[in-house]
Every structure is written in structure tokens, then in C-alpha cells.
Design a protein around this ligand. Structure first.
Ligand code: NAG
Ligand code: NAG
Ligand code: ZN
Length: 417
């Protein structure tokens, strides 16, 4: 600071210098508090580029992606929720297998790069990776279609290390409506959440699975905020008032997230930042400012969506650029406390609270009731375990009359014997 003023007192020099000061300060703060990002699709890139054959690539030199190890180091990316994402196309087909394969990719990446990545499943793990100068690698499953309406699958995902489930991607599930319902491109099938969907909220609380509301309809946001005992997250969504995309979060929801002590992790995708094809770092900072103004600094986080989107802002081209955004927040007058909150303190608070709720529910029993068969009839689903209801092939025609048919069958059986 001192040499800035004395050495370079012309105005332009001073501007460059103060920019350097903010960047230096950004790096200092990032050395004290881990930067935790809510959503990165590197695992999906592994499938698209290498069909998940990780030996065919080197994360130290990979250039096609927003994410590689040198960029992670430059960007001071301390913790990342890697998305186990599979497209909605796989719903009712092989979504569960493909999701397990994406989970496996994260496990294998951590084994292949043990000096750089550390597999992580808890708030404590994030801090311990930070102390070891490694990137804590957590898993989020992006889209309820990945559990195929099965609480057992949800529980086993948790056992594989998954720590958030985005309730929907860009398609309805048999129990939750997605954001396209709010654009008119999709129709509501669950009036937000079905009864089964509501039970899953409670089951996620019991497990310690973070509930992610990125990609869901506004009705689902409201219901989840009401029903969840634990705070909820938006792993990669921005502010609706700044860019009116239904993928973003409206002001009244921002305030409810604040009441619930949850978090909104800002998405960098141009289309959600400016609602246009182009955007820059300053436009992203506008979302941070807006959320801070409306709901306070305690609900803000970073959710870059790197490697999941085709267009990223000028100045935020890849994961190496986070310190520049942090410097911009400092330039805009954010205090150290506010910056650290956004970097990682907020997510850590949410995660700890989710873990606390989980621990407090340790006597609550697992949710065992399968989804009503009529809600999931499709050619790829067998009905083992459900009460005998005649010929499975004719299930679709029976539809809502199942109880009547069951009664009739019982009557027949009684009469015969
Ligand atoms: C941690 O990583 C930074 C950035 O790459 C590096 O400058 C520093 O020396 C590392 N510290 C330790 C203790 O490994
Ligand atoms: C970023 O884009 C806005 C328009 O949305 C423009 O006014 C501003 O000057 C740009 N900032 C930089 C640093 O390029
Ligand atoms: Zn997404």
C-alpha cells in the first residue's frame, strides 16, 4: 500500500496498484478460509471425453476442461462438490447405473491424484483437506431421477459418500416438479412435491443429505423450505431479480433461505448471470451484491457450474479465476467477514447444521414405504414386492382402479376356496 502511493502517484498507476492490493488480500483471505464451490461437472466431462477411462487423461495437463490441477491450485479451490450428473434422458432407463459410475469417477480421481484431491464426506473433512493443502472432494447427485424413486437407493448413495441430492434436474420425477414447470415448457405432475416426495425430504434430514433446490420449481422451493428441519442449499443458482431466468432464485425465496440459515451458491453460467450469451466477472459480482443486499452475506456461496456449461463470463474463464472475483468483492467494499462467509464459512455452517440434525434424528426409523406403484408404472420397472395385482402387463390399463381389482380378486379367491 505504502509503496503504491509513493512510487506510483499518477491516477492510472494507483488504480492498477489498488487492484493488486485487493488481489493480494483475496489470496490472504483464501489462505485463512477454504473456498468451497457447490457444483462442478468435471465427472461428466470424464464421461464425455474419455468414457470414464481416467487412464486416458492426465488432470495435470488436461486443457479441454475448465478444471485441471494447475487451475485448481491457482484458483485456490479448497473444496468442491463434484456433480454425479446423468441426463434426464436416462430416467426410467439406466440412470441409477450411470449415476453410480459417476460416483465411481470421483472415488477414482481421488485415488489417482492423492496429493491434490482428498475424498471428503463431512464438514470436518473439508477443514482437514484445507490444512493439508488438498481439494476436499465431495459428491452431489444432480437430479432426483438418479434415485429412480427409491429410498433405498438414496440411502446407499449416502453410503457411497454422496452428500447432496438436487431434487430434480430439468425434468419432473414421479415425486417432484422441475423449474421448467415455471417456464411453461413442462407441466406440473406433483403439485410441487408428492406425498412420497415430502417423505424424502424428511429422509434426507435423517440421513444428513443436503437438500439442493437448484433446478426445482418455485413450489418445490417453498415446500422444501417449509418441510425441511435442516437448512437447504442452492448448489448453483443466481439471483432472479438480476437475471430473470427461472433457474435463479427470487427475492422472497432468498429471504426464506436466510430465515432457514441456508445458502445460495452463485452460478457463473452466462445465461443465468445476464440472461444473455455474454457476461463478465463484474456481472457475477452484481449477483453477490444483490443477494447480500436482499438477504444478507450469510446465505451466499460460490457455485460456478464449471465444466457443466458452454459459456462462462469474461474474467472467470476457468477455476483459476476465483481470486479475481474475490478481489472484485473486496473492491466493492465487502468486509473480511463477508468475504470469508461467502468463501466457505456459510457452507460449513449449513453442513454442520445438517450433520447436527442427522445426529438428533438417530432414533428416527428409515423411511421404508415404497412409492405407490401407480406413480412409477413404466416398461422398464418390474413390480416385485408390491401386492399381487394380476398381470403386470395390464398394469397401465388398471391405473387407479387397482384397489377395486384387488378387492374383486380377494372376493373370487374366498369364494373359490
Ligand atoms: C499450498 O499450496 C500453495 C498453492 O499452490 C503453495 O504455494 C503452498 O506452498 C502450499 N503449502 C503447503 C504447506 O504445502
Ligand atoms: C461488464 O459488462 C457490463 C455490461 O453488462 C459493462 O457495463 C461493464 O463495463 C463490463 N465490465 C468489464 C470490466 O468489462
Ligand atoms: Zn445444473
Amino acid at each position: 500500500m505504502y509503496w503504491c502511493v509513493t512510487l506510483l502517484n499518477v491516477l492510472s498507476g494507483f488504480i492498477i496498484c489498488s487492484a493488486d492490493i485487493n488481489r493480494e488480500k483475496a489470496l490472504r483471505l483464501m489462505g485463512e478460509t477454504p473456498l468451497i464451490d457447490g457444483h462442478n461437472d468435471l465427472p461428466w466431462q470424464m464421461r464425455q471425453l474419455f468414457n470414464n477411462e481416467l487412464e486416458k487423461m492426465d488432470l495435470n495437463t488436461l486443457e479441454k476442461t475448465h478444471t485441471n490441477i494447475p487451475k485448481i491450485k491457482t484458483g485456490r479451490l479448497s473444496a468442491q462438490f463434484w456433480a454425479a450428473y446423468v441426463p434426464c434422458e436416462s430416467q426410467y432407463k439406466d440412470a441409477v447405473r450411470q449415476t453410480v459410475e459417476q460416483i465411481d469417477v470421483v472415488h477414482r480421481l481421488c485415488r489417482l491424484y492423492p496429493n491434490d484431491l482428498m475424498f471428503a464426506t463431512s464438514s470436518d473433512d473439508i477443514l482437514s483437506a484445507f490444512q493439508q493443502n488438498k481439494t476436499a472432494s465431495l459428491i452431489g447427485v444432480e437430479g432426483g431421477h438418479s434415485i429412480d424413486s427409491s429410498p433405498g437407493t438414496l440411502r446407499m448413495f449416502y453410503n457411497l459418500g454422496v452428500r447432496y441430492l438436487t431434487l430434480t434436474h430439468s425434468c419432473n420425477t414421479p415425486w417432484a416438479d422441475n423449474w421448467l414447470v415455471d417456464t411453461g415448457k413442462d407441466t406440473s405432475e406433483n403439485n410441487g412435491l408428492s406425498g412420497f416426495g415430502k417423505e424424502l425430504i424428511r429422509e434426507m434430514n435423517r440421513l444428513g443429505m443436503l437438500i439442493d433446490l437448484a433446478h426445482v420449481s418455485e413450489k418445490v422451493m417453498n415446500l422444501a423450505l417449509e418441510l425441511s428441519i435442516a437448512p437447504v442449499i442452492f448448489s448453483h443458482s443466481s439471483a432472479y431479480e438480476v437475471c430473470k431466468s427461472k433457474r435463479n432464485v427470487p427475492d422472497d425465496i432468498l429471504r426464506k433461505v436466510a430465515e432457514k440459515k441456508g445458502i445460495v451458491m452463485v452460478n457463473f453460467y452466462n445465461d443465468y448471470v445476464t440472461c444473455q450469451k455474454t457476461a463478465n466477472l463484474s456481472n457475477v459480482a452484481d449477483h453477490f451484491d444483490h443477494i447480500k443486499k436482499v438477504a444478507g452475506h450469510e446465505i451466499i456461496g460460490f457455485g460456478g457450474d464449471y465444466d457443466g456449461v458452454s459459456r462462462v463470463p469474461e474474467g472467470l474463464e476457468d477455476v483459476s479465476k476465483y481470486p479475481d472475483l474475490v478481489a472484485e468483492l473486496l473492491r466493492r467494499g465487502w468486509t473480511d467477514t463477508e468475504v470469508k462467509a461467502a468463501l466457505g464459512d456459510n457452507l460449513l455452517r449449513v453442513f454442520r447444521e445438517v450433520e447436527k440434525v442427522r445426529d438428533s434424528m438417530n432414533t428416527t426409523k428409515p423411511y421404508e414405504v415404497p412409492i405407490p406403484y401407480a406413480d412409477v408404472v413404466n416398461p422398464c420397472r418390474t413390480m416385485y414386492g408390491y401386492p399381487p395385482q394380476g398381470n403386470a402387463g395390464s398394469m397401465i390399463n388398471l391405473g387407479l382402479h387397482l384397489p377395486v381389482v384387488t378387492l374383486l380378486l380377494h372376493g373370487t379367491i374366498l369364494w373359490l376356496f
